[in-house]
Design a protein around this ligand. Structure first.
Ligand SMILES: Cc1cc2nc3c(=O)[nH]c(=O)nc-3n(C[C@H](O)[C@H](O)[C@H](O)COP(=O)(O)OP(=O)(O)OC[C@H]3O[C@@H](n4cnc5c(N)ncnc54)[C@H](O)[C@@H]3O)c2cc1C
Length: 136
């Protein structure tokens, strides 16, 4: 049976983590506290607790060749320094291309209780014993 892995957040790193788990034969579940992917790169008019925010006109300060996933380049017609809306579009393309969305559970905030980690793990192995989830 494949080992299960919990991933916190469906931003740039969370999406890559899901994919790496799948490639490694693991069974990932990604918990995202908001209602969509993209993390920092998803601009909203209002500030969301726990999610870094951008202003509407932010452009990435690292070029697209340096910022892309290594096997998934930005589209040719994308500017060299990518505006946040296009970066979000790129992340959605990545998630769709590798079929990652089905591994994400939205609107779940995940807390890690480090002090109880080992005790809970031993007593209750499945499914994510050291994690406390709450819906918001
Ligand atoms: C103001 C600012 C400007 C930046 N500008 C650039 C730039 O120009 N170029 C560049 O390359 N990088 C930039 N960065 C770095 C940026 O952090 C990375 O580009 C990238 O977004 C990091 O991805 P991440 O997945 O680690 O985190 P994030 O994009 O922050 O995503 C984290 C996700 O996890 C979710 N989450 C957090 N905690 C929990 C929880 N407990 N339970 C469930 N879900 C949770 C959040 O809702 C969010 O969706 C900037 C960062 C900041 C703060």
């Amino acid at each position: 049976m494949a080992k299960r892995v919990a991933i916190v957040g469906a931003g740039v790193c969370g999406l890559a983590s899901i994919r790496c788990c799948l490639e490694g034969g693991l069974e990932p579940t990604c918990f995202e506290r908001s209602d969509d992917i993209g993390g920092l790169w998803r601009f909203t008019e209002h500030v969301e607790e726990g999610r870094a925010s951008l202003y509407r006109s932010v452009v990435s300060n690292s070029c697209k060749e340096m910022s892309c996933y290594s096997d998934f380049p930005f589209p040719e017609d994308c500017p060299n320094y990518v505006p946040n809306s296009q970066l979000l579009k790129y992340l959605k393309m990545y998630a769709n291309q590798f079929n990652l969305l089905k591994y994400i559970q939205f609107k779940i905030s995940l807390g890690i209780e480090r002090s109880l980690n080992i005790v809970l793990y031993r007593r209750h192995p499945p499914p994510f014993p050291f994690l406390r989830t709450e819906t918001r």
